[in-house]
Design a protein around this ligand. Structure first.
Ligand code: RP5
Ligand code: MG
Ligand code: MG
Length: 290
């Protein structure tokens, strides 16, 4: 398991001077002694105002971890195993981050998200697959440029209370990659129906901890990333993309070895490429046998 890196970025996101206590790689695990560890305590002004999506100020007032909370329905389970608490404060399963409290995250412990990885093959004007320098077809995915940091990312988002992950995937893709929030009521219905058709099934790529720069010692991002692939490029691959909500820009992005993305999204993309190329090879072999 790789050690988290972005969750130890020097300056906490969207602040000028909230500097994390420096945690060297070998001092990240909780079971390694680090007596001089003195993390900075930080909760953003937005979270302090107790918006509806945020937990109580004191984590001891969270009804329970390691369960699905009812009313509002919030998943307090972690993909990483049992959530461990110290004095009522959940502890980041991947180790020290140099900052305590909630930072800009709403929930103590795991903050659950869902990430749609929408892919197609890059094609030329004759609709033939474009091959890369390695002779393999080039996979493209829908990437959004995040407004908060300018980095390119998957168009994912937080699971709302009571929402199932498929609904989150559809809603977030609609909001960030198709600007559904600003669409007319009729267009909204169309976007939702189109997405419901294409976001069926999908291939599970990843579930677990995200190395997100907002993580702290007491709260962290977790996600489930699902790949929806449009083999022919005529379905999802032909959708009209329009950036909206948290996204400043959107595009079909070529996947290459130099790609750099927000949080640990590049790991999900690498796994997706492997899966898609495996299916591609399998298809070719199958045709030869048939
Ligand atoms: C990442 O943050 C997740 O993988 C997901 O893409 C995203 C959710 O947060 P917001 O986009 O809603 O800020 O950790
Ligand atoms: Mg969003
Ligand atoms: Mg988002």
């Amino acid at each position: 398991m790789s050690v988290h890196v972005k969750a130890r970025c020097k300056i906490y996101p969207r602040t000028k001077d909230v500097e994390r206590f420096k945690v060297p790689d070998d001092k990240v695990p909780w079971d390694v002694d680090f007596p001089e560890y003195s993390p900075i305590d930080f909760t953003s002004e937005t979270v302090k105002k107790q918006p509806v999506w945020a937990d109580p100020v004191d984590p001891n007032d969270v009804p329970a971890f390691n369960c699905i909370q009812e009313n509002p329905k919030v998943d307090r389970n972690s993909f990483e195993g049992e959530v461990q608490c110290v004095n009522g404060y959940p502890r980041n399963p991947r180790g020290r981050t140099g900052v305590t409290s909630r930072g800009s995250l709403g929930r103590w412990g795991p903050n659950h998200a869902a990430d749609p990885i929408v892919t197609r093959w890059k094609r030329d004007k004759d609709n033939e697959k474009v091959l890369g320098a390695d002779g393999k077809p080039i996979l493209q995915f829908v990437a959004v440029q995040r407004r908060d940091c300018g980095e390119w990312a998957l168009p994912g988002g937080m699971v709302d209370p009571g929402e199932n992950r498929t609904a989150t995937l559809i809603r977030e893709f609609g909001e960030e990659a198709m600007n559904s929030l600003e669409a007319s009521p009729e267009e909204k219905i169309c976007i939702k129906a189109e997405l419901e058709t294409f976001f069926k099934g999908g291939d599970a790529i990843y579930e677990g901890y995200v190395d997100d720069p907002r993580n702290t010692d007491n709260c962290w991002m977790e996600t489930k990333a699902i790949n929806f692939h449009d083999e022919k490029g005529s379905g999802l691959g032909a959708f009209n993309l329009h950036a909206g909500d948290d996204a400043a820009d959107v595009q079909w992005m070529d996947i290459s070895s130099t790609l750099s993305l927000y949080a640990s999204h590049i790991d999900f993309i690498k796994a997706t490429v492997e899966l898609r190329l495996w299916w591609e090879k399998f298809k070719v072999n199958k045709v030869m046998i048939d």
